[in-house]
Design a protein around this ligand. Structure first.
Ligand code: DX5
Ligand code: ZN
Length: 218
């Protein structure tokens, strides 16, 4: 069964704790936390103190997507704040291998993510080390953008590489996921679907999560 990771980027920031509880009650598997610094992407969201503030409100897995320049500066803070998985952009650091080591040494699971314009070849040297590979299906920075179907070739490529080399990562997709694009993502080999505006865009959050799970059934 595909896992669902609602993104709180589209939640009500004045009621974050409530909105996290709503997805937990609605059957979400992870809570996807989009951290943006206004430099790596043209938008600013929140830092580690917000992650620690919502940590006591839920038992959900904290899936933290760092869209920040030189993430090695803040990884330890996000681990202390209660992150379970920390995912860093290959494009955001000179020392990708080192930051993945840092995340694992800190006791969290490590993920790597690539933008639509970046090939899988860029992250092949670290695939044996990571617990999660995130494929962006929009250019990061904002919720509510249109899904880029051409990115799905990379999902299939990662599924083939995992099989061939016996790697253990989950494949996650992020951006423009709804009940229709979810089907294409799962068919390509995605294990986890991030969805922001689709989940939080209507009041029946649980119903939206159920529709994604249904669409994601093979
Ligand atoms: C984009 C973020 C996504 C975003 C997805 O920069 O990484 O996680 O919240 O939002 P939707 O599902 O609305 O495309
Ligand atoms: Zn994200």
């Amino acid at each position: 069964m595909v896992k669902i990771a609602p993104s709180i980027l589209s939640a009500d920031f004045a009621n974050l704790g409530r909105d996290v509880e709503r997805i937990e009650a609605g059957g979400a598997d992870y809570v996807h936390i989009d951290v943006m610094d206004g430099q790596f992407v043209p938008n600013i969201t929140f830092g580690a103190n917000v992650v620690s503030a919502i940590r006591p409100t839920t038992d959900l897995v904290f899936d933290v997507h760092l869209m920040i320049v030189d993430p090695e500066r803040f990884v330890d803070d996000f681990i202390k704040a209660g992150s379970d998985i920390i995912t860093v952009h290959a494009e955001s650091t000179t020392h990708l291998h080192r930051v993945i080591q840092q995340i694992k040494q800190g006791g969290a699971k490590a993920g790597v993510v690539i933008n639509p314009g970046t090939p899988v070849a860029m992250i092949e040297p670290v695939l044996s080390m990571v617990d999660l590979v995130l494929i962006m299906t929009v250019n990061p920075g904002f919720g509510g953008q249109a899904f880029l179907p051409e990115c799905l070739d990379k999902v299939s490529e990662l599924a083939v590489l995992r099989e061939k080399y016996d790697y253990h990562y989950e494949i996650e997709v992020d951006g423009g996921v709804d009940d229709k694009t979810a089907v294409a993502c799962v068919n390509a080999g995605a294990d986890v679907l991030v969805a922001g505006s689709y989940v939080y865009g209507v009041s029946d959050v649980a119903g939206q999560i159920a529709k994604l799970k249904e669409g994601g059934k093979k």
